[in-house]
Design a protein. Structure first.
Length: 136
């Protein structure tokens, strides 16, 4: 037997082995998918059984919705009449001036603590907190 025939047989055997491994992997994945589909089928059947009891009550819900839809124009009309009587009239509010502090201009006591005089070293912008004059 020549080398060419030997390598051809080895190549065919390896190709068949590779295909067998591929088919085994695909088969195991398809088995997993089939199991998941069976579980999904059971869930769908449970949902269908639960929906059967709801289906009969939908007629009652639709009938109630029709009654409410028929009453909406009347309710809208009544609401508009109520709102017309309760409208806010901005013309009755008098105009006010901007708010000002009740105590007038504020001063900081921190200025006294550090010896700051807004009118200069000899001036006094306001009365001192304590009597600092020497007794005579």
């Amino acid at each position: 037997m020549s080398n060419l025939v030997l390598f051809t047989v080895i190549d065919i055997v390896l190709l068949i082995a590779g295909l067998a491994i591929y088919l085994w992997i695909v088969g195991s994945q398809l088995t997993r998918i089939a199991t998941n589909l069976e579980e999904c089928n059971e869930l769908v059947q449970k949902i269908g059984a639960n929906a059967e009891s709801i289906e009969g009550n939908l007629e009652h819900v639709n009938r109630t919705g029709g009654v409410i839809a028929g009453a909406l124009p009347l309710l809208y009309g009544m609401a508009e009449k109520i709102v017309v009587g309760a409208n806010y009239d901005p013309e009755t509010v008098p105009e006010r001036s901007p708010a000002v502090p009740a105590s007038g201009r504020r001063r900081s006591r921190l200025h006294d603590a550090i010896g700051y005089r807004p009118d200069g070293p000899g001036g006094r912008a306001h009365a001192p907190l304590a009597d600092t004059s020497e007794p005579s």
